[in-house]
Design a protein around this ligand. Structure first.
Ligand code: ATP
Ligand code: MG
Length: 217
């Protein structure tokens, strides 16, 4: 009936361990959505994050909180924003999570839409170590955002990106929030406040379920 051509939607993808999700993640999603005119930002909690397994570099891995807790905190944190959604693709896939699988699954789910993978400066720094990293740029555009304590620098990708469209990787400064999940966990463990670092509902969720009380990292 309709001959109107489909206008591809512009979808942001914010992957993370979200243990717990904090305001730095939410500001990154919001700022990128505004600047790049995104229709939606999908937050994707990892299953078992490969870089937090620890075995490879001989460091004893900290235990990542159960996926359902991280998923529910992400739902609570994003619920009030009509443009934010949460995907279970990574937590429902068995095995270790690789971003290339995340983006592959979302590509299949949204075959006609444009994906923008949002990553903080620290993650961008290590992108060359990611599984099948070259394939990532075939699956999505990348948006690197600033993060206090890390240089927002993509020069390590210059050679590779020279042959790619100019918008394959873009960077943007966002308001500096010196918040990390590691610090939030330490605060919860030591009985210090996490108020205003994470959304109110996440403060309450952490307390209700006694998360981060034991020594992890
Ligand atoms: P952890 O301390 O456990 O590593 P984290 O705070 O780094 O947690 P992650 O879940 O590892 O959070 O990060 C998910 C994504 O969000 C990454 O791309 C990361 O660079 C980005 N990110 C996290 N915190 C910030 C922040 N404060 N500002 C900008 N980007 C951030
Ligand atoms: Mg991190």
């Amino acid at each position: 009936m309709s001959d109107v051509p489909y206008t591809p939607r512009r979808i942001g993808v914010m992957g993370g361990t979200f243990d717990p999700i904090h305001n730095g993640h939410l500001v990154a999603g919001s700022e990128v959505a505004h600047r790049f005119g995104l229709d939606e930002v999908i937050f994707v909690p990892t299953g078992r994050p490969w870089h937090k397994e620890g075995a490879a570099d001989g460091v004893v891995a900290r235990t990542v909180s159960p996926a359902e807790h991280r998923y529910l905190m992400t739902v609570i944190a994003t619920a009030s924003n009509p443009d934010f959604t949460v995907s279970r693709v990574d937590i429902d896939r068995t095995g270790v999570t690789y971003t290339v699988d995340t983006l592959g699954d979302l590509r299949r789910e949204y075959p006609d839409d444009q994906l923008f993978f949002i990553t903080g400066a620290d993650a961008l720094e290590s992108i060359l170590t990611w599984q099948n990293w070259e394939e990532l740029f075939e699956l999505a555009n990348f948006i690197g955002v600033s993060r206090p304590g890390y240089a927002l620098d993509a020069s390590h990708l210059d050679d590779y990106l020279a042959t790619k469209p100019a918008d394959a990787l873009q960077t943007m400064e966002i308001p500096a929030l010196a918040i990390s999940s590691t610090d939030c966990r330490a605060r919860a463990r030591e009985g210090r406040p996490v108020w205003y670092l994470v959304p109110d509902g996440v403060v309450q969720y952490i307390s209700k379920h006694g998360l981060y009380r034991k020594e992890t990292t």
